[in-house]
Design a protein around this ligand. Structure first.
Ligand SMILES: O=P(O)(O)OC[C@H]1O[C@H](O)[C@H](O)[C@@H](O)[C@@H]1O
Ligand SMILES: [Fe+2]
Length: 216
């Protein structure tokens, strides 16, 4: 039996980070090219924001052992590209049967989920909302508020992230857009192609290697 020492971190809600975390994963708008429907709005905003961080993840990864757990904090700044709210790249777990939980700390968010066959679900996340992302669901966080969205998360250490699942399908089936009344609504993604049955079936095959070569 291999014993690890307990670890403790403060969730710094104001800063939106796991204080003292070793890992920091940052995304600028330029890293999110191709995700938004309005390409000209994207280019304009990219020019204005430059290298500013649009979301960042600070986390603690004790190991990648099966049964172990990764915990961390995501901070997303508010904003829109055209009518579409700022989002994370989104993924399915490379070991697709691994779940995740998100706990709202600050701000207003939506977890956008898509099943392999293309069914959409949304979960509203505010402070103290606990959101369970079941195994096999593609997930992406969206900041639908006017302030930073901060969420604590936890997921199995051998989950990994597969980003190609979204790219291959032309994005997620729905987009989260401004409803013009201070809220959000879903809009169809005109570029969505869905995925072939063989791809859906392959997901149930367990134990794909974590991270799929994506450096994080
Ligand atoms: O991995 P992305 O789609 O860029 O999303 C950003 C982050 O979202 C969540 O907080 C996950 O738990 C993180 O592992 C992930 O990195
Ligand atoms: Fe995840």
């Amino acid at each position: 039996m291999k014993l690890r020492e307990p670890a403790v971190f403060q969730v710094d809600v104001a800063k939106g980070e796991l204080a003292g975390a070793v890992n920091r994963y940052v995304k600028t708008l330029a890293d999110l090219e191709g995700l938004y429907e309005d390409e000209s709005a994207f280019l304009t905003l990219k020019g204005q924001l430059g290298a500013a961080v649009v979301y960042e993840v600070t986390d603690f990864k004790p190991s990648t052992d099966p049964g172990d757990m990764i915990v961390g904090v995501t901070r997303m700044r508010p904003g829109k590209v055209g009518r579409e709210f700022f989002l994370t790249r989104g993924h399915i777990h490379a070991n697709a049967n691994r779940p995740e939980i998100y706990y709202g700390e600050k701000g207003r968010g939506v977890m956008l989920l898509e099943s392999p066959k293309g069914e959409i679900r949304t979960v509203d996340i505010g402070a103290r909302t606990l959101c369970y992302v079941p195994p096999f669901w593609i997930h992406r966080s969206v900041n639908v508020g006017a302030d930073d969205l901060v969420m604590t998360f936890a997921y199995p250490a051998d989950s990994g992230q597969d980003y190609a699942i979204i790219e291959e399908a032309g994005g997620m089936r729905s987009r989260v857009v401004d409803d013009g009344a201070g809220g959000w609504r879903l809009a169809d993604n005109a570029r969505y192609r869905g995925r072939p049955a063989a791809r859906v079936e392959r997901l149930s095959a367990d134990a794909i290697s974590p991270n799929q070569g994506d450096p994080r």
